[in-house]
Design a protein around this ligand. Structure first.
Ligand code: ZN
Length: 278
């Protein structure tokens, strides 16, 4: 059963027809108000979603204060060079196995939060983000989607100086400054999409189109990444996987972010995040 999940003012909610329903209220405490705890029971989310019409909505999503759908992941992974065209623009060879780094969970921010740049080489990377929904260990690619709570959009904001200034380059710190991980606006279950492996992803800076891709162009797709990571370590509900960015980032032409820049990140069926650089 498809569902759309949101973090409304730090409370777990389901969304239908642009209205939101507070999960703790409509289930009379059966589901926690905490988005992280609510995300750990995707069977319950599916059930409640099927009967949303029986309840009165709490308000319109357009007026709601939205936070990151999974605001406090235990682990948050990034995947580098996962689109052929981005590997080429970065002058890197195509990876034979996933290039995985830690996007430290403290960088996770909401879909409309400001990005505090604190860097002269801040860059944008629009990405599809996977949110894990079950305890996942040694899952096969065929079973991987059933362990995913849903999909959301993300920005893997990157301080290229921190990332590339060290030798050899290090990803973790350069991608983990405070506020460098906006996610949202909604978390949409995989079965809501005709094909969850083929989503349209775009990024605009001040309205100027910079990135435009289909997730079907991922070198390592979502089932591969979930299966691969689950063989290394146990994934838990709320864990995030930033799946990589397509071509069009600022670095090749040195079009780095400056204060006042407006980053608009859109995935069809999920919605648009708007983050302003400070
Ligand atoms: Zn990235």
């Amino acid at each position: 059963m498809p569902f759309t999940f949101a973090n409304v003012d730090s409370r777990a909610s389901l969304v239908s027809n642009s209205d939101f329903y507070d999960l703790n209220r409509i289930t009379q405490d059966a589901i926690s108000a905490d988005p992280m705890e609510a995300l750990a029971d995707i069977d319950a989310l599916q059930q409640v979603s099927a009967s949303l019409a029986d309840y009165q909505a709490d308000g319109s999503i357009s007026d709601a204060k939205l936070g990151a759908p999974a605001p406090r992941p235990r682990n948050s992974f990034g995947v580098g060079l996962n689109y052929k065209d981005h590997a080429e623009e970065s002058n890197m060879e195509l990876p034979e196995s996933p290039v995985v780094f830690s996007k430290f969970p403290s960088c996770i921010a909401g879909p409309f939060d400001d990005v505090e740049l604190r860097a002269t080489r801040g860059d944008y990377e629009a990405e599809l983000v996977v949110v894990i929904g079950r305890i996942t260990r040694d899952v096969s690619k065929d079973d991987a989607w059933s362990h995913v709570a849903g999909l959301t959009a993300g920005q893997d904001i990157s301080d290229r100086k921190l990332q590339l200034g060290a030798r050899p380059p290090q990803f973790g710190l350069g991608k983990s400054r405070d506020t460098y991980g906006p996610t949202g606006p909604l978390l949409v279950s995989a079965d809501s999409f005709a094909n969850p492996d083929d989503l349209h992803l775009t990024c605009e800076i001040n309205g100027d189109p910079r990135q435009d891709a289909k997730t079907s162009d991922l070198i390592f797709d979502v089932p591969y990444l979930v299966s691969y990571l689950s063989e290394v370590m146990t994934l838990v509900p709320g864990d995030l996987i930033f799946t990589g960015t397509p071509s069009g980032v600022g670095m090749p032409d040195r079009r780095f972010l400056v204060p006042g820049d407006v980053i608009t990140t859109t995935i069809d069926g999920i919605g648009a995040m708007i983050n302003i650089c400070r």
